[in-house]
Design a binder for this molecule. Structure first.
Ligand code: SAM
Length: 248
């Protein structure tokens, strides 16, 4: 399966509104896999990692919140928050058109289309076009992107109250498998790479964005972190970042 994805045909269209297509995201995260993940969510619900990612929001948010899901994939995390009434509305951004189409189809299937919008962009490159949200989600996203400070820094700046992250655990035993995967990617001339960003760097970038680590959890493979803004933008008169229109 992995090898099939690594050798995915280069003839797939690249995203016209995603000029960089950094790390070949639009091709690697293709429509066929997106449909499978979307179906899996409809049939079985969220997997363990994603359940842990949103658990803090489910238990601590009393009023409905706005959600910005960066690298939203097939949309399970924000659709679940909408479905459970924790989110009032959501915005999903992804560099993969196939995954966005699958998320859109699932939103329609769950009668949530009127509360969610999707944008096909590389968030690191277009962050200034998006308004902040109460909660920013990034589930398995930073490991797909080479420029941690650019992507995570922009995400942190858009988190009014919470930033919920999952990323691969950086342990001595998790590094060798990455090297093996890298080897096969090079062998099959895939332009896609995984990035094992050190935990300390992840925390430092989020903290530089004014956030504080308030909750951690993990699965065997994934680290979960929830950061909070000690003083949400809304409470700070005259200090709200410029709220600009989302791109069409
Ligand atoms: C492994 S998938 C995870 C999808 C979803 N969050 C989940 O956990 O099911 C990573 C997703 O992040 C997206 N992604 C990575 N970097 C991105 C960026 N800079 N801007 C927008 N999307 C990005 C990829 O296109 C891909 O759909």
């Amino acid at each position: 399966m992995l090898l099939m994805r690594l050798t995915a045909k280069k003839s797939l269209m690249t995203c016209p509104c995603c000029p960089s297509n950094i790390n070949n995201l639009d091709n690697f995260f293709d429509a066929a896999n997106a449909r499978k993940e979307a179906q899996h969510y409809l049939k079985k619900g969220l997997d363990k990692r994603a359940r842990k990612l949103i658990a803090y929001l489910l238990t601590h948010c009393r009023d409905p919140i706005s959600v910005l899901d960066i690298g939203c994939g097939a949309g399970g995390a924000h659709l679940e928050l909408l479905r459970q009434g924790v989110a009032s509305h959501a915005l999903g951004v992804d560099a993969s058109s196939g995954y966005l189409a699958a998320a859109q189809a699932n939103a329609a299937q769950l009668n949530l289309s009127d509360r969610v919008t999707y944008h096909h962009h590389d968030f690191a490159q277009t962050a200034a076009s998006f308004a902040p949200a109460d909660a920013v989600l990034m589930d398995r996203v930073i490991c797909c992107y080479p420029h941690l400070a650019q992507l995570l820094g922009a995400a942190a700046e858009h988190a009014e109250r919470y930033l919920c992250l999952s990323f691969p655990r950086d342990e001595w035993w998790s590094r060798p498998p990455y090297r093996v995967v890298d080897f096969f990617q090079t062998l099959f001339r895939s332009k896609y790479r995984f990035y094992l960003h050190p935990r300390s760097q992840v925390v430092a970038v989020a903290q530089a964005g004014g956030l504080r680590l308030i909750h951690t959890d993990r699965t065997f493979f994934w680290q979960i972190m929830v950061f909070a803004r000690p003083q949400p933008f809304k409470d700070r008169a005259n200090q709200h970042p410029p709220s600009v229109e989302t791109p069409g």
